[in-house]
Design a binder for this molecule. Structure first.
Ligand SMILES: [Zn+2]
Length: 141
């Protein structure tokens, strides 16, 4: 048995560093942050210290609207990494945030047969020792 297979190890725990800590702190407060570039005006995700569009380092944190539309998804029926196995089936998804960036996430509170490309979603936060942004159909909160 390797260390990563030891009881109690979780594979869904973020490891914030000095750069990403504001993102996780905001999530704990129910806020989704994006990186905003004052050079070209674009937002990006995942967080980087420079703008992936224009390479400017004039980038700062900004609150996202929390609105998104579903781009694609996959219903996961098996995942051996704890704690995901206890959550199956779940909807692994890619969403297009209203601000532009595409984000890997999970869709919750939605029956599989109601998932549609382009459906309106809103951010929610899963609280399980730490807060992680997930998305649910808009208007269900
Ligand atoms: Zn830029």
């Amino acid at each position: 048995m390797t260390g990563s297979q030891a009881a109690g190890v979780r594979f869904d725990v973020p490891e914030p560093d000095a750069f990403t800590r504001p993102y996780w702190d905001a999530a704990a407060e129910g806020r989704l942050l994006l990186r905003h570039c004052d050079g070209c005006g674009r937002d990006h995700h995942y967080p980087r210290e420079f703008c992936p569009s224009c390479w400017s380092e004039d980038v700062r944190w900004r609150d996202a609207s929390g609105r998104a539309v579903l781009y694609t998804w996959s219903v996961v029926h098996r995942n051996d990494l704890p704690p995901f196995g206890a959550r199956t089936p779940y909807v692994a998804a890619v969403v297009d945030l209203a601000e532009g960036p595409r984000m890997m996430t999970e869709v919750v509170d939605c029956a599989e047969d109601r998932l549609r490309v382009g459906m309106a979603l809103e951010v929610a936060f899963r609280e399980d020792g730490f807060a992680v942004p997930v998305f649910r159909p808009a208007g269900t909160g």
